[in-house]
Ligand binder design. Sequence first.
Ligand SMILES: CCCCCCCCCCCC(=O)SCCNC(=O)CCNC(=O)[C@H](O)C(C)(C)COP(=O)(O)OP(=O)(O)OC[C@H]1O[C@@H](n2cnc3c(N)ncnc32)[C@H](O)[C@@H]1OP(=O)(O)O
Length: 216
Amino acid sequence: MNTDASELNRRREAVAALGSGLRRLTESAVRSTADPETLRRLADEAEKLAADLEAAGRRPLGAIPELDDLRIGQRTFSPVTGAGHPSAPPVIVERNENCVRGRFTLGFAHEGPPRFSHGGVSAMILDELMGWAARTTGSPSMTVDLAFSYRGPVPLGVPLMAEAEVTEQDGRSIRVEGRITPESRPEAVLVEASGRFVTPEPEQISALFPGLEHLL
Ligand SMILES: CCCCCCCCCCCC(=O)SCCNC(=O)CCNC(=O)[C@H](O)C(C)(C)COP(=O)(O)OP(=O)(O)OC[C@H]1O[C@@H](n2cnc3c(N)ncnc32)[C@H](O)[C@@H]1OP(=O)(O)O
């Protein structure tokens, strides 16, 4: 495959366009009040679209998409930040020296209590952003311990912000704090998180991610 810069850009734009269409479809599906005949007809069309995508080529388990850069948290198909993922908000991330900030709006696809986010969605967003904050130390790491306080319900359809920062590093262990707030009221903390991330030993990296060591 030709992977020069303009070809990668064309692919990136096409992946984002498909992701955007699928997100609209997902949102429409979970809001739909259509009759059973309409739903059955659309289900058949969805199966055909899936078969077309499968026939056009699929990456094997563990293969990193050529659009990704794991060192900076660029993951095209992440369920949190991926422009190509059908249920990612997606969170748009800015990285700074030892912290990251993400902006996003949640929809019906992320609903828990009526009108509010599912608690697991907030947790998933914080886990990923806190992981990328830990990565600002220069070492790849994995979540080993993560605790949340849900202080207020997280509204759907409202611009939100998630922030994560490294507060301590001791050898392989990195402490990270995170929070979700409304974008317009950063002082109103809705979810607070505190976690520990551990850098696997080189032999653990080789065992867990064979062949990917140079990408981490
Ligand atoms: C990398 C590329 C990513 C690249 C891609 C990243 C995408 C972003 C994703 C966001 C982040 C995730 O979700 S990551 C996915 C979720 N996480 C995981 O699957 C991790 C599962 N855990 C593991 O595989 C393992 O715990 C390792 C490999 C991380 C570490 O194993 P280990 O080396 O045997 O650990 P061990 O020596 O026992 O412990 C090391 C230190 O951590 C502490 N520790 C260990 N486990 C825990 C624990 N559950 N709770 C508290 N503390 C713990 C120990 O007390 C010790 O502290 P001390 O005695 O030294 O003080």
